[in-house]
Design a protein around this ligand. Structure first.
Ligand code: GLU
Length: 490
């Protein structure tokens, strides 16, 4: 096969948000197409109308594009095989299903729901009731408008073997297969038929998709063989497991007590939290693929040159959110301060804060090595912009301290800072170190109540710089406020 004729597709069903499992499948397809100079298609598989979620197709396209994953043909960009939305191709699916009936590989079935329910309680598969009904009769019943489905005539005996590129031969006992439905009574094809017809018509050479489709692989191969078509190269990617490798990754938010550093598995949530798309790509590509078991840092441009299917690992990969934070950190560290500021600002605005550029240029250097996501900046910085900070007096008093001691510290710090002509961090530092010595306290003991008084939190950017940026009016006001709170309870 001419390798540049490689054609792959990402074929999501619009049933909700894009999660990292789906995004990884899209990524591998995209990279494989680019590596081989082939084409990537996006096909929306929306024939299961019960699972359809309004708006999810648009969101999915947005999420993929944000990640940097593009396609050459698809519902939004068109292409020679338009339409790329499966529900608009039902005529084609119907005629193919009828063709299978004509050549004896499929049959019309008139069993109603009640009958199917009654046989399901006895067998676990369809009993073949309509399998051998005379075709002339069934055609008449179809023509008269009787409700029906079209079922595949599965082989009863023998085995079906299909080759997967990374899993090798997979063999199924045919007696386990039922005469599954190809075309439903609601006028829509079943996914198995629709996908195989579309893959063939669209010239798909490699089907790269999730392991959950492995159990349908024999059906798919049988459909293709019934038409007399040649099979694509099959490549089933491993499932993603929850952090720690326990269950399959499917929860909305993977945060658990065991894994408090976990994040949502949905791309748009990660985006909303301020992860960099490049960090997500780097993280995802390594969940089941490696170049040489050594190199870890990749970007899309590099990957398009080196990705191949042979290096995909068929064993399940556990999602490791710590690794995402790691790659995110690398992206942030590579950015200029003004780029970081530009990424942070929308998150501050979203929290109702009003950052200005002068302030941002002072703040970014303080937090750029401390944040993981851009959203984290809200926690680090909001007290700089708030008019008031809310404090419970008990928060101010450290575990090993008393109200009295804390009061003394704050009063002494206030006095010291008041005597400085202006707040410059070097100056503040030397004066507060002297004060700690004088009061016979460790520097930390002295600074903790000050940090709480001016920020309302236990953790803040470096305190001396923070005091300088806040400026003496605000600092002295906030310390005074904290003193008042303590005096009230003393
Ligand atoms: N529509 C299927 C899904 O969303 C695609 C399966 C396939 O790629 O063949 O999982």
């Amino acid at each position: 096969m001419n390798i540049s004729s490689t054609r792959v597709r990402f074929a999501p069903s619009p049933t909700g948000h894009l999660h990292i499992g789906g995004a990884r499948t899209a990524l591998y397809n995209y990279l494989f197409a680019r590596r081989n100079g082939g084409s990537m298609l996006l096909r929306i598989e929306d024939t299961d109308r019960n699972r359809y979620v309004e708006g999810s197709e648009e969101q999915l396209i947005k999420d993929l594009k944000w990640l940097g994953i593009n396609w050459d043909e698809g519902p939004d960009v068109g292409g020679i095989h338009s339409p790329y939305t499966q529900s608009e191709r039902t005529k084609l699916h119907r005629s193919h299903a009828e063709h299978l009936v004509n050549i004896g590989k499929a049959y019309y079935c008139f069993c109603n729901k009640a009958r199917l329910k009654s046989i399901r309680s006895g067998y676990n598969k369809y009993d073949g009731h309509c399998r051998d009904t005379d075709t002339n009769i069934t055609l008449q019943r179809v023509a008269s408008g009787e409700e029906h489905t079209i079922r595949f005539r599965s082989p009863n005996r023998g085995t079906t073997t299909v080759n997967d590129l990374i899993r090798k031969n997979i063999t199924v006992q045919n007696e386990q297969l039922e005469d599954f439905i190809l075309f439903k009574s609601d006028g829509f094809p079943v996914y198995h038929l629709a996908a195989m017809v579309d893959d063939h018509v669209m010239g798909i050479t490699h089907v790269i998709r999730g392991e959950e489709w492995l159990s349908s692989l024999a059906k798919h191969a049988l459909i293709i063989r019934a038409f007399g078509w040649s099979e694509p190269v099959w490549c089933h990617l491993s499932v993603l497991k929850q952090p720690g490798g326990k269950g399959k990754m499917s929860k909305r938010d993977a945060k658990t007590e065991e894994h408090p550093d976990s994040h949502s598995i949905f791309v748009h949530d990660l985006r909303n939290r301020g992860f960099h798309p490049g960090a997500i790509i780097n993280w995802m590509v390594l969940m089941g693929w490696s170049l040489d078991d050594k190199q870890e840092d990749f970007n899309l441009v590099d990957l398009e040159k080196v990705f191949d299917l042979e290096r995909i690992n068929p064993s399940p990969a556990a999602v490791n959110f710590g690794k995402l934070d790691h790659f995110q950190g690398k992206y942030v560290r590579q950015m200029s301060e003004s780029e970081i500021a530009a990424n942070i600002k929308p998150f501050l605005f979203k929290s109702g804060l009003e950052p200005d550029d002068t302030m941002m240029s002072k703040l970014v250097p303080l937090i750029k090595n401390r944040i993981v996501t851009f959203e984290d900046s809200v926690q680090w910085l909001s007290f700089f912009f708030k008019k008031e900070i809310i404090l419970a007096p008990s928060d101010l008093v450290g575990k090993k301290s008393t109200i009295k001691e804390t009061l003394v510290i704050l009063q002494q710090v206030k006095l010291t800072l008041e005597q400085l002509p202006s707040l410059e961090h070097e100056n503040i530092e030397s004066k507060l170190r002297l004060l700690a010595n004088k009061l016979d306290l460790k520097l930390g003991q002295l600074l903790n109540p000050v940090r709480l008084a001016i920020s309302g939190q236990q953790v803040s950017p470096p305190l001396f710089e923070t005091l300088e940026i806040l400026g003496s009016d605000l600092v002295l006001d906030r310390i005074q406020e904290a003193i008042k709170l303590l005096e009230d309870i003393y």
